[in-house]
Ligand binder design. Structure first.
Ligand code: FDP
Length: 302
């Protein structure tokens, strides 16, 4: 399935050292990205490879991360949602980045994120080749959630103005009793089986709607309060909106490591196989019971 060969380091020590270095760069870049947002709220000419309009901030964050991650040793490829193809930067791990997730939230000044997935394989990689995934959340404060293959739990950091960061939760875990849900896509475009599932969730008195329009903000709500986030299959877009390599795999990996479940509607997101760097997938993540119910509802389609 892999098409871009940049030979990854295979010994665990070297992989962990590279993961440390990439995550350090991402954390230290976060305040710079945040500081760069004012004045870059406008759309620029051109589109990203998925046909979506780009903001000046998307391009700014992409260039900054490409330069800094690309200069690390043992990184082979830097790929981003904003670029058609991965950039060869050396030999080693492949790093996929969504530089500014939810950038349509820039104008209304709502939450946004940066997502990073590190693969020990060439791109497009499989979800099972992920060695670490992380997201930065630019909310009222800047935080970063990290899941990595050498640790059993998800770690949450707060990132300070000067780029330093410290652990605030060494074991970010989905609470057992879910209380929030957020579903993307226009409701008239939902398939009937998803609409029925959504109705059941909405009628549960313990559940509240939380949808902010940036996946990372919405997923972080689910990790904090328990619940479910979905950007579902749609009648007019069966693969939904979110990208496998840049969004589906890393978020699936983080939520599963936090004790939750992920699905494309029928299997773990980590088992989705696509051979296009920018391929999309429906995304459902949250508490295991809710994901089981969702998969049962969607199974009625067949
Ligand atoms: P955005 O287009 O603003 O970058 O990744 C794409 C994404 O945001 C997700 O962060 C978000 O969950 C979703 O799209 C929002 O899509 P809708 O506008 O259709 O709700």
């Amino acid at each position: 399935m892999a098409t871009q060969d940049n030979s990854s380091p295979t010994d665990p020590e070297s992989i962990n050292a590279t993961v440390d270095a990439v995550l350090d760069v991402v954390a230290r870049a976060a305040p710079d990205i945040r500081r760069g947002l004012p004045g870059r709220r406008v759309a620029i000419e051109g589109e990203n490879p998925s046909g979506e309009s780009q903001k000046a901030a998307d391009v700014y964050a992409d260039e900054l991360l490409c330069e800094r991650i690309g200069s690390l040793s043992n990184v082979g490829v830097y790929a981003s949602e904003e670029r058609e193809a991965g950039v060869d930067v050396g030999s080693g791990l492949s790093v996929c980045v969504d530089p500014l997730d939810g950038s349509s939230n820039l104008e209304p000044n709502a939450a946004m994120g940066t997502i990073v997935a590190i693969y020990d394989d060439d791109l497009p990689a499989s979800g099972r080749d992920i060695v670490a995934a992380a997201y930065v959340l630019y909310g009222a404060t800047t935080t970063m959630a990290v899941a990595r293959s050498d640790k059993a739990t998800v770690t949450e950091y707060v990132i300070h103005e000067d780029g330093s960061y410290q652990v605030v939760n060494g074991e970010l875990t989905l609470p057992d009793d879910p209380s929030v849900y957020g579903f993307g896509g226009r409701v008239p475009h939902w398939v009937d089986e998803f609409a029925s599932f959504a109705e059941a969730v909405e009628s549960d008195p313990s559940m509240k709607l939380r949808y902010g329009g940036a996946m990372i903000g919405d997923v972080n709500q689910v990790l904090t309060y328990g619940g479910i986030f979905a950007y579902p299959t749609l009648q007019n877009a069966p693969e939904g909106k979110l990208r496998v390599q840049f969004e589906g795999y890393p978020v699936g990996y983080i939520v599963e490591k936090a004790g939750g479940a992920s699905s494309d509607g029928g299997q773990s997101l980590l088992d989705v196989e696509k051979d296009d760097l920018h391929a999309r997938t429906p995304v459902y993540v949250g508490n295991e019971d809710l994901i089981d119910d969702l998969e049962s509802s969607l199974a009625d389609r067949e």
